[in-house]
Design a protein around this ligand. Sequence first.
Ligand code: ADP
Length: 295
Amino acid sequence: MELIINQLSKTYANGVKALNEVSLTIPQGMFGLLGPNGAGKSTLMRTIATLQDADSGSISLDGIDVLKEKQAVRERLGYLPQDFGLYPRINAETMLDHIAQMKGIGNKAERKEVVASLLQKVNLFKDRKKGLGTYSGGMRQRFGIAQALVGNPSLIIVDEPTAGLDPSERNRFYNLLSEIGENTIVILSTHIVEDVNTLCSNMAIICMGEVLMQGKPKDGLEMVKGKIFQKSIDKSDLDTYRKEYQVISTKLISGRLSLRIESEGNPGNGFEAAPADLEDVYFSFISKKVDPITI
Ligand code: ADP
Protein backbone atom coordinates (compact mmCIF):
# COMPACT_ATOMS: atom_id res chain seq x y z
CA MET A 1 0.00 0.00 0.00
CA GLU A 2 1.22 3.45 -0.89
CA LEU A 3 -0.04 7.00 -0.95
CA ILE A 4 1.29 8.96 -3.90
CA ILE A 5 0.94 12.73 -3.99
CA ASN A 6 1.83 14.31 -7.28
CA GLN A 7 2.40 18.02 -7.88
CA LEU A 8 -0.36 19.11 -5.53
CA SER A 9 -0.99 22.87 -5.42
CA LYS A 10 -3.40 25.03 -3.46
CA THR A 11 -3.75 28.79 -3.29
CA TYR A 12 -6.32 30.22 -0.87
CA ALA A 13 -8.71 33.01 -1.87
CA ASN A 14 -6.51 35.52 0.01
CA GLY A 15 -3.60 34.70 -2.32
CA VAL A 16 -1.63 32.50 0.14
CA LYS A 17 0.02 29.67 -1.74
CA ALA A 18 -0.26 26.94 0.89
CA LEU A 19 0.92 24.07 -1.35
CA ASN A 20 3.30 24.52 -4.25
CA GLU A 21 3.63 21.42 -6.45
CA VAL A 22 3.97 19.04 -3.52
CA SER A 23 5.04 15.52 -4.52
CA LEU A 24 5.48 12.81 -1.91
CA THR A 25 5.47 9.03 -1.86
CA ILE A 26 4.28 7.70 1.46
CA PRO A 27 4.80 3.99 2.18
CA GLN A 28 3.31 1.83 4.94
CA GLY A 29 4.41 2.58 8.47
CA MET A 30 4.82 5.83 10.29
CA PHE A 31 5.53 8.87 8.11
CA GLY A 32 6.53 12.16 9.72
CA LEU A 33 5.55 15.39 8.00
CA LEU A 34 7.67 18.04 9.62
CA GLY A 35 7.39 21.77 9.06
CA PRO A 36 7.05 25.08 10.94
CA ASN A 37 3.68 26.67 11.60
CA GLY A 38 2.19 27.87 8.34
CA ALA A 39 4.19 25.38 6.24
CA GLY A 40 1.06 23.90 4.67
CA LYS A 41 0.84 20.69 6.72
CA SER A 42 -2.82 21.02 7.72
CA THR A 43 -3.80 22.02 4.20
CA LEU A 44 -2.11 18.87 2.92
CA MET A 45 -3.66 16.68 5.65
CA ARG A 46 -7.14 18.06 5.05
CA THR A 47 -6.78 17.52 1.30
CA ILE A 48 -5.69 13.89 1.79
CA ALA A 49 -8.58 13.47 4.24
CA THR A 50 -10.97 14.64 1.44
CA LEU A 51 -12.09 17.66 3.48
CA GLN A 52 -10.90 20.24 0.99
CA ASP A 53 -9.97 20.40 -2.67
CA ALA A 54 -6.67 21.21 -4.32
CA ASP A 55 -6.30 23.48 -7.36
CA SER A 56 -4.18 20.99 -9.29
CA GLY A 57 -2.24 17.78 -8.93
CA SER A 58 -3.29 14.31 -7.85
CA ILE A 59 -3.32 11.94 -4.89
CA SER A 60 -3.58 8.19 -5.23
CA LEU A 61 -4.13 5.65 -2.46
CA ASP A 62 -3.44 2.23 -3.89
CA GLY A 63 -5.05 3.16 -7.17
CA ILE A 64 -7.94 5.14 -5.61
CA ASP A 65 -8.12 8.71 -6.92
CA VAL A 66 -8.32 10.51 -3.56
CA LEU A 67 -9.48 13.83 -5.01
CA LYS A 68 -12.38 12.20 -6.88
CA GLU A 69 -13.33 8.97 -5.09
CA LYS A 70 -13.92 10.63 -1.73
CA GLN A 71 -16.29 8.06 -0.30
CA ALA A 72 -13.86 5.21 -1.02
CA VAL A 73 -11.14 7.14 0.81
CA ARG A 74 -13.38 7.96 3.77
CA GLU A 75 -14.15 4.26 4.24
CA ARG A 76 -10.42 3.60 4.65
CA LEU A 77 -9.49 6.71 6.59
CA GLY A 78 -8.96 7.49 10.26
CA TYR A 79 -8.39 11.17 11.00
CA LEU A 80 -7.34 13.00 14.13
CA PRO A 81 -7.55 16.68 13.22
CA GLN A 82 -5.59 19.43 14.93
CA ASP A 83 -8.58 21.01 16.62
CA PHE A 84 -11.08 18.38 17.24
CA GLY A 85 -14.19 19.39 19.08
CA LEU A 86 -15.64 17.10 21.72
CA TYR A 87 -19.13 17.09 23.08
CA PRO A 88 -18.23 17.76 26.72
CA ARG A 89 -21.18 16.03 28.36
CA ILE A 90 -21.11 12.85 26.29
CA ASN A 91 -18.99 10.02 27.65
CA ALA A 92 -16.29 8.25 25.66
CA GLU A 93 -18.19 4.99 25.34
CA THR A 94 -21.36 6.60 23.98
CA MET A 95 -19.40 8.80 21.59
CA LEU A 96 -17.37 5.91 20.18
CA ASP A 97 -20.53 3.85 19.81
CA HIS A 98 -22.05 6.70 17.82
CA ILE A 99 -18.98 7.02 15.60
CA ALA A 100 -18.94 3.25 15.01
CA GLN A 101 -22.56 3.44 13.96
CA MET A 102 -21.76 6.26 11.53
CA LYS A 103 -18.89 4.21 10.12
CA GLY A 104 -21.36 1.50 9.27
CA ILE A 105 -21.04 -0.99 12.13
CA GLY A 106 -24.79 -1.68 12.38
CA ASN A 107 -24.76 -4.65 14.72
CA LYS A 108 -25.08 -3.49 18.32
CA ALA A 109 -23.21 -6.40 19.90
CA GLU A 110 -20.38 -6.05 17.40
CA ARG A 111 -20.20 -2.32 18.13
CA LYS A 112 -20.02 -2.93 21.85
CA GLU A 113 -17.07 -5.23 21.30
CA VAL A 114 -15.28 -2.80 18.95
CA VAL A 115 -15.80 0.12 21.35
CA ALA A 116 -14.61 -1.85 24.39
CA SER A 117 -11.49 -3.07 22.61
CA LEU A 118 -10.62 0.44 21.39
CA LEU A 119 -11.11 1.87 24.88
CA GLN A 120 -8.80 -0.81 26.26
CA LYS A 121 -6.25 -0.09 23.55
CA VAL A 122 -6.02 3.61 24.37
CA ASN A 123 -6.20 2.93 28.10
CA LEU A 124 -9.48 4.77 28.68
CA PHE A 125 -11.65 1.83 29.58
CA LYS A 126 -11.91 2.74 33.23
CA ASP A 127 -12.76 6.35 32.30
CA ARG A 128 -15.30 5.36 29.65
CA LYS A 129 -18.30 6.68 31.59
CA LYS A 130 -16.77 10.10 32.26
CA GLY A 131 -17.86 13.11 30.22
CA LEU A 132 -15.32 14.01 27.53
CA GLY A 133 -15.23 17.53 28.94
CA THR A 134 -13.52 16.23 32.08
CA TYR A 135 -10.63 14.62 30.17
CA SER A 136 -7.04 15.93 30.38
CA GLY A 137 -5.18 16.89 27.18
CA GLY A 138 -3.51 13.49 27.00
CA MET A 139 -6.80 11.65 27.51
CA ARG A 140 -8.44 13.73 24.80
CA GLN A 141 -5.70 12.83 22.35
CA ARG A 142 -5.96 9.15 23.24
CA PHE A 143 -9.69 9.36 22.71
CA GLY A 144 -8.93 11.04 19.38
CA ILE A 145 -6.84 8.05 18.34
CA ALA A 146 -9.60 5.66 19.42
CA GLN A 147 -12.16 7.47 17.26
CA ALA A 148 -9.69 7.50 14.34
CA LEU A 149 -9.20 3.74 14.63
CA VAL A 150 -12.90 2.83 14.40
CA GLY A 151 -13.45 0.64 11.33
CA ASN A 152 -9.80 -0.50 10.96
CA PRO A 153 -8.60 2.26 8.63
CA SER A 154 -5.69 1.60 6.28
CA LEU A 155 -4.75 5.29 6.22
CA ILE A 156 -4.48 7.23 9.47
CA ILE A 157 -3.77 10.95 9.62
CA VAL A 158 -2.77 12.63 12.87
CA ASP A 159 -2.34 16.38 12.73
CA GLU A 160 -0.10 17.98 15.43
CA PRO A 161 -1.11 15.40 18.04
CA THR A 162 1.40 16.17 20.79
CA ALA A 163 1.01 19.95 20.97
CA GLY A 164 0.04 20.86 24.51
CA LEU A 165 0.79 17.47 26.06
CA ASP A 166 3.07 17.24 29.08
CA PRO A 167 6.12 14.93 28.78
CA SER A 168 4.49 11.88 30.39
CA GLU A 169 1.30 12.28 28.36
CA ARG A 170 3.41 12.65 25.26
CA ASN A 171 5.28 9.43 26.04
CA ARG A 172 2.09 7.52 26.53
CA PHE A 173 0.79 8.90 23.26
CA TYR A 174 4.03 7.87 21.47
CA ASN A 175 3.65 4.33 22.78
CA LEU A 176 0.11 4.20 21.54
CA LEU A 177 0.97 5.49 18.08
CA SER A 178 3.88 3.11 17.70
CA GLU A 179 1.55 0.18 18.42
CA ILE A 180 -0.72 0.99 15.51
CA GLY A 181 -0.40 -1.77 12.95
CA GLU A 182 2.47 -1.86 10.53
CA ASN A 183 0.18 -2.64 7.64
CA THR A 184 -1.34 0.84 7.73
CA ILE A 185 -0.06 4.19 6.55
CA VAL A 186 0.15 6.62 9.44
CA ILE A 187 0.92 10.25 8.59
CA LEU A 188 2.00 12.27 11.55
CA SER A 189 2.06 15.99 10.91
CA THR A 190 4.06 17.97 13.45
CA HIS A 191 6.46 20.83 14.07
CA ILE A 192 8.10 18.85 16.87
CA VAL A 193 11.25 17.13 15.63
CA GLU A 194 11.28 14.74 18.58
CA ASP A 195 7.94 13.27 17.45
CA VAL A 196 9.45 12.23 14.14
CA ASN A 197 12.74 11.12 15.67
CA THR A 198 10.98 8.81 18.09
CA LEU A 199 8.35 7.35 15.81
CA CYS A 200 8.90 7.64 12.09
CA SER A 201 10.70 5.40 9.62
CA ASN A 202 10.13 7.87 6.79
CA MET A 203 9.75 11.62 6.76
CA ALA A 204 9.50 14.81 4.78
CA ILE A 205 10.27 18.40 5.65
CA ILE A 206 7.98 21.05 4.20
CA CYS A 207 8.16 24.81 4.43
CA MET A 208 6.19 27.53 2.67
CA GLY A 209 4.21 24.92 0.75
CA GLU A 210 7.27 23.18 -0.67
CA VAL A 211 8.88 19.83 0.04
CA LEU A 212 12.49 20.48 1.06
CA MET A 213 13.49 16.90 1.86
CA GLN A 214 11.99 13.43 1.88
CA GLY A 215 13.50 10.12 2.90
CA LYS A 216 14.50 8.25 6.01
CA PRO A 217 15.64 10.20 9.07
CA LYS A 218 19.04 8.56 8.71
CA ASP A 219 19.31 9.84 5.11
CA GLY A 220 18.76 13.33 6.50
CA LEU A 221 21.41 12.77 9.17
CA GLU A 222 23.85 11.63 6.50
CA MET A 223 23.38 14.99 4.72
CA VAL A 224 24.60 17.05 7.68
CA LYS A 225 27.03 14.58 9.24
CA GLY A 226 30.35 16.23 10.05
CA LYS A 227 29.01 19.68 9.12
CA ILE A 228 27.54 20.84 12.42
CA PHE A 229 29.60 23.08 14.71
CA GLN A 230 28.58 24.85 17.85
CA LYS A 231 29.71 27.70 20.04
CA SER A 232 28.36 29.57 23.04
CA ILE A 233 28.18 33.31 22.28
CA ASP A 234 26.87 36.52 23.76
CA LYS A 235 23.32 37.32 22.64
CA SER A 236 24.39 40.69 21.30
CA ASP A 237 26.88 39.10 18.87
CA LEU A 238 24.28 37.07 17.01
CA ASP A 239 23.95 39.42 14.03
CA THR A 240 27.70 39.43 13.46
CA TYR A 241 27.79 35.62 13.46
CA ARG A 242 24.81 35.45 11.15
CA LYS A 243 26.64 37.53 8.57
CA GLU A 244 29.68 35.27 8.63
CA TYR A 245 28.29 31.77 9.15
CA GLN A 246 25.40 29.59 8.04
CA VAL A 247 23.55 29.74 11.36
CA ILE A 248 20.96 26.98 11.52
CA SER A 249 19.70 27.32 15.10
CA THR A 250 20.25 29.10 18.37
CA LYS A 251 19.26 27.99 21.82
CA LEU A 252 19.21 30.18 24.90
CA ILE A 253 21.06 28.45 27.75
CA SER A 254 21.54 30.32 31.05
CA GLY A 255 21.42 33.70 29.35
CA ARG A 256 23.93 32.83 26.62
CA LEU A 257 23.25 31.66 23.11
CA SER A 258 24.33 28.23 22.00
CA LEU A 259 24.81 28.72 18.30
CA ARG A 260 24.78 25.86 15.79
CA ILE A 261 26.13 26.42 12.31
CA GLU A 262 26.56 24.33 9.20
CA SER A 263 29.99 24.37 7.60
CA GLU A 264 31.93 22.10 5.25
CA GLY A 265 34.90 22.12 7.65
CA ASN A 266 35.74 23.39 11.14
CA PRO A 267 35.61 27.19 10.83
CA GLY A 268 37.87 27.73 13.88
CA ASN A 269 37.11 30.84 15.94
CA GLY A 270 36.14 28.71 18.96
CA PHE A 271 33.59 26.53 17.17
CA GLU A 272 33.50 22.87 18.15
CA ALA A 273 32.31 19.91 16.09
CA ALA A 274 28.95 18.67 17.35
CA PRO A 275 27.24 15.35 16.65
CA ALA A 276 24.37 16.00 14.24
CA ASP A 277 20.83 15.16 15.27
CA LEU A 278 17.49 15.29 13.45
CA GLU A 279 16.88 18.81 14.74
CA ASP A 280 19.99 19.92 12.83
CA VAL A 281 18.66 18.28 9.68
CA TYR A 282 15.36 20.10 10.13
CA PHE A 283 16.91 23.49 10.86
CA SER A 284 19.47 23.07 8.11
CA PHE A 285 16.67 22.91 5.56
CA ILE A 286 14.34 25.41 7.21
CA SER A 287 17.04 28.05 7.82
CA LYS A 288 17.70 28.23 4.08
CA LYS A 289 14.04 29.18 3.54
CA VAL A 290 13.30 31.39 6.54
CA ASP A 291 15.37 33.25 9.13
CA PRO A 292 16.61 31.00 11.93
CA ILE A 293 14.63 31.29 15.13
CA THR A 294 15.80 31.01 18.71
CA ILE A 295 14.48 27.79 20.24
P1 ADP B 1 0.45 24.38 8.99
O1 ADP B 1 -0.55 23.31 9.26
O2 ADP B 1 1.76 23.84 8.52
O3 ADP B 1 0.61 25.32 10.13
P2 ADP B 1 -1.55 25.49 7.17
O4 ADP B 1 -1.84 24.50 6.11
O5 ADP B 1 -2.52 25.61 8.29
O6 ADP B 1 -0.06 25.23 7.74
O7 ADP B 1 -1.38 26.92 6.52
C1 ADP B 1 -0.56 27.19 5.38
C2 ADP B 1 -0.74 28.62 4.97
O8 ADP B 1 -2.05 28.82 4.47
C3 ADP B 1 -0.58 29.60 6.12
O9 ADP B 1 0.03 30.77 5.61
C4 ADP B 1 -2.01 29.88 6.55
O10 ADP B 1 -2.14 31.18 7.12
C5 ADP B 1 -2.75 29.78 5.22
N1 ADP B 1 -4.13 29.29 5.37
C6 ADP B 1 -4.53 28.14 5.97
N2 ADP B 1 -5.87 27.99 5.87
C7 ADP B 1 -6.34 29.08 5.23
C8 ADP B 1 -7.64 29.52 4.83
N3 ADP B 1 -8.73 28.79 5.05
N4 ADP B 1 -7.72 30.70 4.17
C9 ADP B 1 -6.62 31.43 3.90
N5 ADP B 1 -5.37 31.09 4.25
C10 ADP B 1 -5.22 29.92 4.91
